[in-house]
Design a protein around this ligand. Structure first.
Ligand code: APR
Ligand code: PHB
Length: 406
């Protein structure tokens, strides 16, 4: 006869120890709410993921609120502008001037995850890593339970709520009955080949987005000594198709001559290809289970919104749990999905728009390229178009109203 699961209890069971799960855990901890994080990978595996590194001010503020804002404040690099390259010319967009002083901060997601992991460990909070066969039970009602296997035994975690922070391939969204969820998806006909190298960034104060007839390219950074670059590549390319030399050569070909000449090259310390997709699952709440971050939505990385959307979901969700426990109010819980989705769709729109504007699409080729260059030329000459780009880039307010950027 199988051994009955050992059961524990917590207020909120968080599935996933990525940025969403860890940030939620910290915000709940600062509010005196008990949460246990259950993660299927090891801490080293989670930290080994290389992801985007542009934080909206809202995200930086949330890290401060969660008590982990010290390193990003000292090591993050503040950006006041971005640069658009097209038709062999470079155009700065004064993001700060166009948004009455707002900025973005370059700080790797890996570092965000590390800061959150270290804070959780220092506080002695329970995170179960390498948990296998995680399963959700009873979340349609008000007595949810999570079971998982660890050290050869089945464990059970009874809770009031389950936070599904387990990413696009997680178990939480997959546990929802198909008739209870609607999914919206667009898969793009290309990928991003990304390279990390310990070389100084070509533009230490701005992310560079390049539209060229050969395809999209992006110049970013992790620090003043570590750079992150991407080039658009065919969806079926393999990393082995791309030597470092081929990458650096292709990157230069997609930039204006001045920038191309200034690229500092060096051996790649990481090189990978990622597909691009837009995806949203609606709603983001199912009884006592709530989805947050990549578990609920995916954006193409062009607008650097993935991590920032995870952060805003978690802010809304932590507020909802705090209202439930401290004010005995269900208002935040009942409103969470609608509130989060409103901001998600605005970021989905912006990410889709910038991806459509900057990439080479196989089916529109020459005509599409000319239309993109005409729109880019109009954008850099139009203050209202540039302002629209800037206010979406720095991040819309958490409590935006019906106005475009309010
Ligand atoms: N059980 C437990 N943990 C799981 C399971 C499962 N069945 N499935 C996935 N996980 C874990 C993953 O191992 C991962 O550590 O959930 C975590 C989800 O983390 P992310 O995928 O990073 O998602 P999220 O925390 O929402 O952060 C979104 O990460 O993918 C990037 O671009 C995205 O920047 C965005 C950010
Ligand atoms: C990154 O630094 O990885 C990055 C920056 C800006 C983007 C996407 C990725 O739009």
């Amino acid at each position: 006869m199988s051994t009955p699961p050992q059961s524990q209890r917590t207020q909120v069971a968080i599935i996933g120890a990525g940025p969403a799960g860890l940030l939620l855990g910290q915000l709940l901890y600062t509010a005196g709410i008990d949460a246990v994080i259950i993660e299927r990978q090891s801490p080293e595996y989670v930290l080994g993921r290389i992801r985007a590194g542009i934080l909206e001010q809202i995200t930086v503020d949330l890290l401060q609120e969660a008590g982990v804002g010290q390193r990003v404040a000292h090591e993050g690099t503040v950006h006041h502008s971005i640069e658009l390259v097209f038709a062999n010319t470079r155009h700065p967009i004064d993001v700060t001037g166009l948004t009455q002083g707002k900025v973005v901060t370059a700080y790797g997601q890996t570092e965000v995850t590390r800061d959150l992991m270290e804070a959780r460990q220092a506080a002695g909070l329970l995170s179960v890593y390498e948990a296998a066969n995680v399963q959700l039970h009873g979340f349609e009602g008000d007595r949810p339970r999570v079971t998982y296997e660890k050290d050869g035994r089945t464990h059970a975690l009874d809770c009031d709520f389950i936070a599904g922070c387990d990413g696009f391939h997680g178990i939480c969204r997959a546990s929802v009955p198909p008739g209870a969820i609607r999914e919206y998806e667009k898969v793009y006909p290309f990928g991003w080949l990304g390279i990390l190298a310990d070389v100084p960034p070509v533009s230490p104060h701005a992310v560079v987005y390049a539209n060229s007839e050969r395809g999209f390219a992006l110049c970013s950074m992790r620090s003043l000594t570590r750079s992150r670059y991407y080039v658009q590549c065919p969806i079926d390319d393999k990393v082995s198709d791309w030597s470092d030399e081929r990458f650096w050569d292709e990157l230069r070909r997609r930039l204006d001559p001045d920038l191309a000449e200034r690229i500092a090259v060096g051996p790649s310390i990481e090189k990978s290809i990622a597909p691009l997709r837009s995806f949203v699952a609606e709603p983001m709440r199912f009884g006592s289970m709530f989805l947050a971050g990549d578990a609920a939505h995916i954006v193409p990385p062009t607008g650097a919104k993935g991590l920032n959307l995870a952060a805003s979901d978690v802010k809304y969700l932590s507020n909802a749990f705090i209202e439930h426990y401290h004010e005995k109010s269900e208002a935040g819980i009942d409103h969470y999905s609608q509130q989060a989705l409103a901001r998600v769709w605005r970021a989905e729109r912006f990410s889709w728009w910038l991806t459509s504007l900057m990439h080479r699409f196989p089916d529109t080729a020459g005509f599409g390229q000319k239309i993109q260059e005409a729109e880019l030329d109009y954008l850099v000459r139009s203050e209202s178009m540039s302002r629209s780009l800037a206010e979406n880039y720095v991040g819309l307010p958490l409590d935006f109203g019906m106005g475009a950027g309010t």
